[in-house]
Design a protein around this ligand. Sequence first.
Ligand code: GLN
Length: 469
Amino acid sequence: MTIKELRDKFISGTSTPIEAYEAARRVISEKDAEVHAYLEVYDDAVTAATDATKAYERGDFVDKPLLGVPIAIKNNILIKGKKVTGGSKILENYMASYDATIIERLEAAGALIVGSTNLDEFAMGSSTENSAFGPTKNPLDLTRVPGGSSGGSAAAVAMCSVPAAIGTDTGGSIRQPASYCGLVGMKPTYGAISRYGLMAMGSSLDQAGTLTNSVADAEVLFGVMAGRDPRDMTTIGPDTYPEVSVKETYKIGVPRDFLKSGIDEDVMQVFEEKLTELRAAGHEIVDIELPLFEAGLASYYIVMPAEVSSNLARYDGIRYGVRQEGRDLLETYLNSRADGFGREAKRRILLGTYVLSSGYFDAYYGKAEAVRAKMRAELGEVFKNVDLVVTPTAPTPAFKIGEKEEPLSMYRQDIFTVPVNLTGVPAISIPMGKVDREGSMLPVGIQFIAPHAGERRLFDIGKRVHDAG
Ligand code: GLN
């Protein structure tokens, strides 16, 4: 069900938030032992569900667009008084002492937060296999991954426990699981939504966003969460938004050369069919060139670990989480970090420290940032000529659990999504069709990329392509 359908039922009185809450709990108890989308389910949500039910009876719901709507939250977003682990053993016992801005905003809009969802440790991964608390499975095929790192949020929606979930996207972690689970996944413009209270992974790349069953729902949630926040100086408000117009038909660019890099043939075929549909709907499809996007993965895997290595320095066993005592302070740091971080976190801390070290800074980090600036300029040029850019969201459908043990093959899943974070623009993944893998029909997504602050345009095309059809 969509948020809109649920909300209509609440308003007409054919259902209540209490019933929706109980339904969510029922689905979770039936399916989650196997799927493992959730790290925790919140019993106290029943109070808010009861209050919301009464509010609808009183007719007191107009200014609360999410009143009584069950929502799940990726467990790297702080919820006051709840355990927030970031999927890491080092924060196994950490209780958040304040609410993230987006939690405040969702609750002010009436959302019913029913639980926290599993993720790759500190959002590092593309499969949700890197969680210290065990992997999440894809509800559409339990032998496969749901994608990652927001795999728990995607699975929570795909198994129909909630109509929507919140995730974070540093290099594709909302869009790629959306593609693998047949959902709409939205990564807003960098700064559109406050990062206050999000566990930082790559601070210049991170952005919260949504996993939903419809584009209209993504728009509602975006409306609730977006906007300037004095506690996050990188946020932008409507006054700083350039007006990115909505049009009758769009000129859509396809970066043909970029799409030659290792896409499954049938995924490409579904993509071509979608382009044909777009053309038939009156949009103009043109080939474009984005040569620097090829360098996206390489730059991302320098910039991101650099930021990870400094952001994760705060987990030292002293200020947060689990402490492994040593004979002196240094040994306590070393023991806590050696024991608390998983393999992927350690790999990225090492890589990041290396590219930032004085001997290598210019050769790696400096170059990656320079490439990033050029990518931004290149994309800016392209957007002078087209309204939107499209790619498949990921080169393959959901892969098997355990299939991508080798890190580089996992990293390749992000080839089409990371350039979006590096350039800071918004993008949305929408289901475009299905492909057959061993008799399982698996969804794949199409990614629409808009210019900076062009969310409205993404919602507009998305609603026409997805919600209306
Ligand atoms: N899969 C990418 C990575 O491992 C992206 C992660 C993310 O967006 N949080 O870094």
